[in-house]
Design a protein around this ligand. Structure first.
Ligand code: BTN
Length: 256
């Protein structure tokens, strides 16, 4: 993808011991003119954020919490696929390094055996005229957590690499591999978007299953029929209607 500057993703990595959220921190840097490809990684986040205003638990030294500043030269409308493309890149990196084969739960969760291993939060800064100022791609990967590192509610739905491997890779190794995959993704797109779509579809465990669609209007059971080319989800409801769900305000929970 064409970029406003030519730096590689991760040409500069800033390490922090503790911060509320690496996305918040990097946003401040972006507003002050930081370049494309700057990465911020923290040992701990005290206010880690997920999609739809959710909290992302980020205990000290247990996970890989980082954000990447991107400055694409494209209209803001063309950036909605960034989260799913990044999900593919993260899965590829994890698979290369660990041999594990993660799945994707629409739209931004990476899972192992139906439990959340990693979440992606993409936040764009768009000028009033629709120009894209910058995008921050935040990635939180559970590496060494045990159940006691999470609240009981999160422990029930989360997992970590340590639960699937005798010795998980270090956070440094993981960061290096994931940044290399994200750089590859950046070079590949948009030319290889069909390939990324196919890779996403191959890993997406949401399609072809019963789901609950949760929106500000409430929760509705449905069936996820198809993933569209723009990564929206076609969901059918028991009353015979169908809706195309974008990532905006809606989350989809798998029923199994
Ligand atoms: C989600 O689960 O909905 C997305 C979670 C994203 C978490 C990462 S950790 C690094 C970055 N900083 C944040 O506050 N969030 C993202």
């Amino acid at each position: 993808m064409r970029t406003q500057t030519f730096e590689r993703i991760g040409h500069q990595v800033e390490h922090l011991k503790t911060i509320d959220s690496t996305n918040n921190y990097l946003k401040q840097k972006a507003l002050l003119g930081a370049p494309h490809g700057l990465v911020v990684v923290a040992d701990e986040q005290t206010g880690g954020r997920g999609r739809l205003g959710r909290n992302f638990q980020s205990p000290k030294g247990k996970g890989l919490y980082f954000s990447v500043l991107l400055r694409p030269c494209v209209p803001a409308t063309q950036i909605t696929a960034l989260t799913p493309w990044a999900a593919v890149a993260v899965c590829r990196g994890l698979e290369t390094l660990t041999g594990l084969r993660p799945d994707i739960k629409w739209i931004n969760d990476i899972q192992l055996k139906r439990k959340k291993l990693c979440g992606i939060l993409t936040e764009a800064d768009i000028a009033p005229d629709g120009t894209l100022n910058h995008v921050i791609l935040g990635i939180g990967l559970n590496v060494a957590q045990t159940d006691s590192d999470f609240t009981p509610e999160v422990a029930a739905i989360a997992t970590s690499l340590a639960r699937h491997l005798p010795q998980p890779p270090s956070r440094e190794e993981l960061l290096a591999v994931l940044l290399a995959e994200l750089e590859r993704m950046w070079e590949d797109l948009p030319e290889k978007q069909e390939e990324y779509l196919a890779a996403y579809r191959a890993r997406c465990i949401t399609v072809g299953r019963d789901v609950t669609v949760i929106s500000p209007q409430g929760a509705r059971p449905g069936f996820a029929r198809k993933l569209n080319k723009d990564f929206s989800l076609l969901v059918e409801f028991p009353d015979g209607t169908a809706e195309t769900i974008g990532s905006g305000e809606v989350s989809v929970r798998n029923m199994d």
